[in-house]
Design a protein around this ligand. Structure first.
Ligand SMILES: Cc1cc2nc3c(=O)[nH]c(=O)nc-3n(C[C@H](O)[C@H](O)[C@H](O)COP(=O)(O)OP(=O)(O)OC[C@H]3O[C@@H](n4cnc5c(N)ncnc54)[C@H](O)[C@@H]3O)c2cc1C
Ligand code: FES
Length: 250
């Protein structure tokens, strides 16, 4: 992990309340899908955790949805040529076993962004079946990136585009046909709870990237602690953000 003073190359709206931010780090940063960065926002003491969508040479792209004051300030005030203090790469990222060849990817809301990185990383060597959920047509983005695999099912809660329903519902309609070796997932907690109960007892592991509130992002403050099923606690920033779904309490 390192701190870089990155230069903003682009910060553009790509869908309703959704922005893509690309910055140059001044050096090549090796990144694994599922890792994240802590982005400094001027005027806020705490950096914001955002998944790394793409890393090519010294250029890193993250996508963020507007949530509160920090992400709104980032969208409004972060202009091309400005500098940002960024910590990266952070967390463990997704690790698939050699034997896991058929991979289902299930994402919802801002959870689709780390999964875009996973599709990019694994599309050449694995069979990818992607189920991605958005609120409505206006919030859909990055379809091109999601279509790299064998199958891509676009879902909207209101049915304004693609499958009407959640990514979990779309995945569960296909699970017996696809028979994945492993699932990668990220999304809001209710979505992950639904996935956990729908996949309980299935013969494949589900690797989930958690989006817990964070302070430091580097394991020092314990703000991000989550409970594990064996009674222990883990730091989402340092021990995760990727865990086996059946090992965490949601
Ligand atoms: C590992 C990880 C990866 C993430 N990747 C993405 C991504 O790719 N795209 C995206 O849009 N969002 C992502 N998030 C969520 C994003 O961090 C929050 O939406 C953002 O921090 C909200 O900041 P805010 O100031 O706008 O909101 P506020 O609610 O005003 O934030 C107040 C404080 O709470 C923290 N906070 C609020 N919501 C979250 C949250 N869900 N997760 C973590 N901290 C939070 C903020 O960092 C800040 O310190 C990720 C979170 C984590 C932990
Ligand atoms: S955010 Fe500080 S320990 Fe995880």
């Amino acid at each position: 992990m390192r701190e870089v003073i990155a230069t903003v190359l682009e910060n553009a709206r790509i869908a309703e309340e959704t922005y893509s931010l690309t910055f140059a780090c001044g050096e090549e940063i090796p990144v694994r899908a599922g890792q994240f960065c802590m982005v400094g926002v001027r005027g806020f003491p705490l950096r914001r955790p955002i998944a790394i969508c793409k890393a090519e040479g010294e250029r890193v792209t993250v996508c963020y949805r507007l949530k509160g004051a920090g992400t709104r300030t980032l969208a409004e005030n972060c202009k091309i040529g400005e500098t940002l203090s960024v910590l990266l790469p952070l967390g463990n990222g997704f690790t698939l076993q050699e034997s896991e060849k058929k991979i289902a990817v299930v994402g919802g809301g801002a959870g689709v962004f780390p999964l875009v990185a996973a599709i990019r990383e694994y599309a050449a060597e694995k069979q990818i079946f992607a189920y991605m959920g958005f609120k409505n047509r206006a919030s859909v983005c990055m379809q091109y990136e999601m279509q790299r695999g064998e199958e891509f099912v676009l879902c909207t809660d209101d049915g304004s585009l693609g499958f009407r329903g959640t990514a979990v519902q779309a995945f569960m309609e296909s699970v017996e046909r696809v028979r994945p070796d492993a699932v990668l997932a990220c999304g809001p907690t209710p979505m992950l709870r639904a996935l956990k109960s729908a996949t309980a007892g299935k013969p494949f592991p589900v690797y989930v990237s958690l989006e817990e509130r964070m302070g430091c992002g580097i394991g020092a403050c314990l703000v991000c602690a989550c409970e594990k099923s064996d009674g222990s606690r883990a730091r989402v920033c340092k021990d995760g953000p990727v865990f086996k779904l059946n090992e965490v309490i949601l």
